[in-house]
Design a protein. Structure first.
Length: 398
């Protein structure tokens, strides 16, 4: 088996000492300050139709450190400050390439607290990680080993809303090898009652983790709402309790999706899914909460990079393909079908489970598009309507 060149992030919990927590908190604040200052400078130049690049903001950072007002920027490691300028440069590149919106300022209360260190700002020896400006290594909980013989190229330290500390190490993982080639393929229809319905007829139940913890979440939110607004200790404690409930939901959901996607990639050579626009679908206020809890977008992202890692093919068909209304037996398209219809009978006499029928159609049109390399129009009882297409995915880093 040949290895695949994969850069993989390994994320661990750690417990900082009081001195380390204080140093990291200062670093987070300085990173946010530098980002906002650089964004303000670039925005002013943008209104004057001028371009400011990374090198110019780096020179600005040097000048800021020499001022009395911003002299505190010199008290933390310079590497995370330079890295946040590079992140801003990437944000502008994505904006000008029309891949993202215009960069926004970082908020002290809402933005993610993180700092990125390159190899010059940390020491990794004998399984111990020591960051710049620190004398002691981080107390990391090694829940899984790093790939043998590898050394992190970058380290990102972060703290989530629940107060938990994480360190993420980006490494070259040479242990990832393509799986043996199979002759199996599966079509997947995403849903709410059943998280996934496979073309084999199998239905994977949706655990609905947010719904399961809704009472606990409502209690924590109600307790937070009763606290006076501000930076008081009681409100801070209530906020952390609510954040812990959210973190519990997200962690369980992510773990479940990892297990499902890994199984699908291991068992199938070709996987066919629909190109769902979740951002538009959550505008339906009756289904927005359930759709968000299903996390279809996160599941698709996992399938994309795992298929790339292990030599599988992921095909995405057009979102307008009538997978639910198309009879998988005769190819006739039903004129109308509301969401509450879960089972229907075609004019040819075939009775379909709505989701299983959709998964079969998704698989069929995906395989056809894969062979033909172009859009495919299924047999229709009435003319018109968009066709299914094969979509190529850009390379994604894990």
């Amino acid at each position: 088996m040949t290895t695949t060149d994969v850069k993989r992030a390994f994320k661990y919990r750690f417990s900082p000492t009081d001195a380390q927590a204080a140093e990291l908190s200062r670093t987070f604040g300085c990173v946010r300050k530098v980002y906002n200052l650089a964004l303000a400078a670039r925005s002013e130049a943008f209104t004057r139709q001028e371009r400011v690049n990374y090198n110019q903001t780096s020179a600005m950072l040097t000048a800021w450190k020499k001022t009395e007002e911003l002299a505190f920027l010199s008290e933390v490691s310079s590497v995370p400050l330079q890295q946040t300028l590079r992140h801003l440069q990437t944000a502008y590149s994505n904006f000008f390439a029309k891949r993202a919106k215009y960069p926004r300022f970082k908020s002290k209360k809402k933005s993610r607290k993180s700092a990125e260190y390159t190899s010059s700002a940390f020491r990794f020896r004998d399984g111990k990680l020591t960051l710049a400006k620190m004398t002691e290594p981080l107390d990391i909980v090694w829940s899984r080993p790093l790939p043998q013989g590898t050394v992190p190229s970058t380290v990102t330290v972060s703290q989530d809303a629940a107060g938990r500390w994480f360190v993420s190490m980006l490494c070259d993982d040479t242990s990832v090898t393509p799986l043996p080639v199979l002759d199996t393929a599966v079509g997947i229809d995403a849903g709410i009652t059943s998280l996934l319905t496979l073309s084999t007829g199998e239905k994977i139940t949706n655990p609905k983790y947010e719904r399961a913890d809704r009472r606990r979440l409502a209690k924590a939110q109600k307790n937070l709402a009763r606290k006076a607004r501000g930076d008081g200790a009681n409100r801070r404690k209530a906020r952390i309790k609510a954040a812990k409930v959210y973190a519990r939901i997200a962690d369980r959901r992510r773990d479940h999706l990892h297990k499902i996607t890994t199984r699908l990639v291991r068992e199938n050579q070709t996987i066919v899914i629909e190109d769902l626009t979740v951002r538009n679908m959550v505008n339906n206020h009756h289904l927005a909460r359930a759709i968000s809890d299903a996390a279809w977008r996160e599941m698709r992202t996992m399938l994309e990079y795992k298929a790339q890692w292990y030599g599988r093919e992921l095909i995405t068909i057009d979102r307008w393909f009538p997978s639910s209304k198309l009879c998988s037996a005769c190819g006739t398209v039903a004129s109308k079908m509301t969401l509450h219809v879960r089972e229907w009978t075609c004019d040819c006499g075939t009775t379909h489970d709505r989701d299983v029928n959709a998964a079969k159609n998704i698989l069929a049109v995906g395989l056809t598009a894969s062979v033909c390399g172009a859009g495919v129009r299924p047999q229709r009882s009435s003319p018109g309507g968009p066709s299914a297409t094969k979509q190529k995915h850009p390379r994604r880093e894990p």
